[in-house]
Design a protein. Sequence first.
Length: 351
Amino acid sequence: MTDLPQIDLALPYITGDLPGVGGVIKAKPEYFIVDEIPLYEPIGIGEHLYVNLTKTNMTTRDVQIGLAELFELKPENVGKAGLKDRNAVTSQTFSVHLQNRPMAPGKASQLIEDRLKVKVNWANYHVNKLRSGHLKGNRFTVVITELEEPMALVLERMTRIATRLNQVGLPNYYGEQRTGEDGDNIRSGWEILQGRKRIRDRWLNRFLLSSYQSHMCNRYLAERVRRGLFGRLLLGDVAKKHDTGGLFTVSDLDVEQKRYEAKEISFTAPMYGYKMRKPEQEAAELENQILAESGLTEEQLRRNRVKGTRRLGRLLPDVSYGEVSEGVRLVFTLPMGGYATILLREFMKTG
């Protein structure tokens, strides 16, 4: 019987040679603001009422259930494009399927504000349900507080770190929200894949499998950083075009490396599964090594219906920052699936 490989949660920094500024985040919800960047806008007709709202100290699931109860619907009739933190001020859009029961957007907005204690920014109709992935990204405004170093030194360190990140980007690691703080989710996912554990709750089963997938993706990215392979492409990489999202296999390193350095393309990382698009040659050797070290096989992934996909391997945030009375404020945008905490850890170095 295969033993569980040691779970290494350490993720190497891109700015590991630069000291951080310390401090804390989320001292107050208003110190962590998230605004969705939509993939498209509602067109004003259809059965789905799109509602963009701002909530504080509420999860996405809280609002989804609240909207379903308010309009006497099942939760699955309320769509959303992504999940947002509870301890924050977050603005996101939900779709409410009001089939055969249309309501004026203004009336619906007032009803939602009165009953759910949120601020409705706008409401309009569209022809389809809002689904996971219908999102370009998120814009973050974060204040780091409780800084112990003099502000002049803090700003100097911020400048050096921001310059590095704006130049080379950073690995698109998954955050602890997905993998868990102590690795328990990862262990459970591995045990399910090995057939040692059965979870009847379908949502929990999928989440734990996804946690292990995310850990494997982090392992791949960490190894790429450790080997000095983050700043260059490998022959056979599955790369992604930043402008169109198209995927292709790298066959000419001289040509594609120039596009990589120009930030036109980036490599993708594996979310292992039996339907995942596979790399070739040098890139395939690295991905196969990571999979082999996990003790998993493609057959186990297939048996558990883990299809897999490719994940953008490099984030290219444009970070700005400045002093505020409470500490320092950072403003940056990440594409869908990017974790703000992965960027903030580079600045804070607090573990």
